[in-house]
Write a protein that binds this ligand. Structure first.
Ligand code: ADP
Ligand code: MG
Length: 212
């Protein structure tokens, strides 16, 4: 299969091809169509490290962002600063021909400049849990246009003790909105699943496991 056979904007295809990315990996092939579907559903994907999980959620998110809406439309939550930067590189690589502002948000760096970037039209926020919660409590993160939330490496977030932060974001801060959820991880634990099922309520969830 080729990315050109999926319902993906030529601007994204072009940017992918420039990075020699032509065919989806298994997790991408099985999850991207659900992410692109007009019918809202959530995707939980399990696949080994190195299997291309980042593009599995980045492509549908970027495909569906409205470049003319200068509010936050997607929140990507990652366990570490390093992953925050790696995710930002991937998101920026596919937005080469589509003007979308990606903002990285993590602890141990000036919060002021992060606030400025968010407030100057950040559309995709890639964040570590602690700093994200800080920004939510300061009311810097506005949820009214948030249509997507992605959790990357959920297993590591659990290991690092971020479960209460994830619960706060999904079940408390987002209680009045119902964005589409993408959760990707190498392994999935019941603690995370419980939060996810509370968040998604009775919506359709596609659980894709290619980790075996
Ligand atoms: P994971 O999150 O599952 O560990 P990544 O998203 O970090 O995996 O991707 C691992 C590597 O595979 C990256 O270098 C990425 O550029 C590359 N990659 C991802 N998807 C494809 C693809 N469809 N074709 C070729 N390379 C890909
Ligand atoms: Mg990854």
């Amino acid at each position: 299969m080729l990315f050109t056979e999926m319902d993906i904007n030529p601007q994204i295809i072009q940017a992918l091809e420039e990075n020699q990315i032509m065919s989806p990996t298994e997790i991408q092939e099985k999850s991207i169509p659900h992410g692109l579907s007009m019918q809202k559903s959530h995707v939980i994907g399990q696949a080994k490290t190195g299997s291309g999980k980042t593009l599995a959620f980045a492509i549908p998110i970027i495909e569906k962002i409205n470049p003319n809406n200068r509010n936050i439309q997607a929140l990507v939550i990652v366990p570490t600063r390093e992953l925050c930067k790696q995710n930002a590189v991937v998101f920026r690589s596919i937005t080469k021909y589509k003007k979308i502002k990606i903002v990285e948000v993590y602890g141990g760096a000036s919060i002021r400049s992060q606030i400025e970037q968010i407030q100057s039209g950040g559309q995709v926020i890639i964040a570590t849990p602690g700093r994200l919660n800080d920004l939510i409590r300061r009311r810097i993160i506005k949820f009214k246009s948030v249509n997507f939330v992605a959790l990357d490496e959920a297993d590591r977030m659990l290991d690092m003790g971020f479960l209460p932060d994830i619960e706060f974001v999904l079940l408390d801060a987002m209680r009045n909105i119902s964005p589409r959820l993408f959760l990707f991880s190498a392994t999935l634990f019941d603690e995370i699943k419980k939060v996810i099922y509370k968040f998604t309520k009775k919506d359709v969830i596609h659980e894709i496991d290619v980790s075996k």
